[in-house]
Design a binder for this molecule. Structure first.
Ligand SMILES: [Zn+2]
Length: 200
C-alpha cells in the first residue's frame, strides 16, 4: 500500500488502484474543481473519476489511445527517433503519437509516420498494446500505446520533421533501453528482441 500525501489530505492507494506517480504529480491534485460550475469536487483514485457534488458533472480520466510504429530497414535495423519535445526530449523513442478525436488508430499511425518521417508504409501488422504513464505539465498522463509493425519499401523520402530531432537505425538488441523514456516503448523493443521472427 502506498500512502500519498495530498493537498490538505492523505489518500491511500491499495494494490488494486492504478499505479501513478507519487506526490504532486498525482492527478488527484489537478482535478479538484468542477470544469462546469467551479465547485470543489471529488477525485476517486481507484477508477480515476471526478464527480461534482454541486452540479453532478461526472468525468473519467481514461487512458488516451496512442500509436507506436515499428519500422525495419532491409538490414533488420529498427528505425528510432530522437525526441524533439518534452517529455523525454533528446531521448530515444519509436515514431508515433496520440490518436486524434474522430480518428481511427490506423489513420493516426499513418498520419504520424507521414508527419514525422515522410514515409508511407505499404502494409501494417498489429503487434499489441502497451500501457504507459508519463509526466506532462506536472501531472501523470495515462496512455495505451498500440504498436504496429509497419512495412516500408521506399526510404528515399525519409526525413525527420515535426517533433523529431533525429532518426537512426539500430538492431533492437543494441538499443540502450535506459535511454528510452517510456516503459511501453521499452516493452515493444523487448518484444522485438524476444520474438525476432514474429515481427521482421
Ligand atoms: Zn459542477
Amino acid at each position: 500500500m502506498n500512502e500519498i500525501s495530498g493537498v490538505g489530505e492523505t489518500q491511500n492507494i491499495t494494490d488494486g488502484a492504478v499505479p501513478c506517480h507519487d506526490g504532486q504529480a498525482n492527478p488527484v491534485h489537478h482535478f479538484r474543481y468542477c470544469p462546469r460550475c467551479a465547485a470543489e469536487g471529488t477525485f476517486n483514485l481507484h477508477d480515476y473519476s471526478f464527480k461534482c457534488p454541486a452540479c453532478g458533472f461526472y468525468f473519467f480520466l481514461n487512458a488516451a489511445a496512442a500509436v507506436t510504429a515499428v519500422i525495419f530497414n532491409d538490414k533488420g535495423e529498427l528505425l528510432t527517433v530522437k525526441r524533439g519535445v518534452e517529455p523525454g526530449r533528446g531521448m530515444i523513442d519509436l515514431p508515433g503519437g496520440f490518436v486524434d478525436p474522430g480518428e481511427s488508430v490506423e489513420q493516426a499511425l499513418l498520419r504520424e509516420i507521414k508527419e514525422e518521417l515522410d514515409l508511407v508504409p505499404v502494409s501494417i501488422l498489429y503487434m499489441g498494446s502497451f500501457p504507459n504513464r508519463y509526466l506532462f505539465s506536472g501531472t501523470t498522463v495515462f496512455t495505451v500505446d498500440c504498436a504496429f509493425r509497419c512495412y516500408v519499401d521506399d526510404f528515399s523520402t525519409l526525413k525527420h520533421q515535426d517533433d523529431v530531432m533525429d532518426v537512426a537505425f539500430a538492431r533492437p538488441q543494441d538499443i540502450d533501453l535506459k535511454a528510452v523514456p517510456f516503459v511501453s516503448v521499452q516493452q515493444v523493443i523487448k518484444k522485438l528482441i524476444d520474438e525476432p521472427s514474429n515481427f521482421r
